[in-house]
Design a protein around this ligand. Sequence first.
Ligand code: NAD
Length: 346
Amino acid sequence: MTRKSDNSAKHRGRAVTLIPGDGVGPEVMDAALAVIEATGVAIDWDRQAAGMNAFQRFGTPVPDALIESLKRTRIALKGPLETRVAEGWRSINVYLRRTFDLYANVRPTRNFAGVQTPFSNVDLIVVRENTEDLYSGIEHEVAPGVVESVKVITARASRRIAKFAFDYAQDHRRKSITAIHKANIMKLSDGLFLKCARAVSHSYNSIAYQEQIVDAACMRLVTHPESFDMLLLENLYGDIVSDLCAGLVGGLGLVPGANYGDKGAIFEAVHGTAPDITGKGVANPIAMILSSAMMLDYLGHRAAGEKIRAATASVLRAGKVLTRDIGGKATTAEVSAAIVRSMSRA
Ligand code: NAD
């Protein structure tokens, strides 16, 4: 059965669904919980299983209790969930994003002093449409040996993600948005996405708007990443390009993410279950820790979110307590303990 709460009753705060997830999920989630606790913000966690671990315990990757919890709290901190390649159930991540209409996926991706990469000036916000495109899950076999996948792009979803991106740019004092597309080939679908982005851009005079074809944009991202500020993408390009961007700043262990809707949000790292390092205690918890800082911002605890970001940057800058994906030897728990220590000194 699911556990109701990790906090004592007298310290009840905002109710949030906690989904540790599969693979390294529970390891990085424990690290994030230690850091959140150190901020002093009280949260009434409702711990729920999802994904492979839920399937093994309850016979379904999406237990009813999970959906009920999300309907009640409307906010979740979530670890990665396993989705088998070319078999098994459809992605639970995609299912949750669509069920709760979490249409805007935001992935802030930037360099940290202390993490060696070919670039030192990457500061990108990737905004990905989360509900349609080839992720609509409409696939069928037309005849043996011939399958079709349907790419769905609507004006409604394209306009609202563009508006979300421009509003975000305004709120966060960003300078420009580049819409990334393949409208030279997919003239109708990507053409519609662009048409909507262009129309929305006209209402935001202070934010520059450009467009770039996805292949050329990928080349430019790995040669001149500093020439981009915010990226606006459909679902599939957003998925691929955001991992590419993570590679620019030191890897998936460093990049947080959030899925926002009009009535709720799910916060999660960009990375997956990392089966190759699961159970070894060496996963980098920073992506999950920074995702929890985004959650605290969303809950109105901006100072606590800032405190986590500052302490994380300070631990990375010092370069002594780093996991092996970024050149160190520290364990997951040692990194979170170092961040907690840095917060208590601040
Ligand atoms: P992955 O992100 O799990 O791993 C890719 C590489 O990055 C691996 O070498 C891994 O060790 C490394 N890595 C990832 N996170 C790390 C961390 N925190 N610290 C250090 N290294 C880290 O991608 P994958 O192997 O393609 O996918 C594995 C599973 O995860 C699949 O079932 C996939 O569907 C799922 N997945 C889930 C989500 C999600 O729940 N949001 C996202 C992506 C992938």
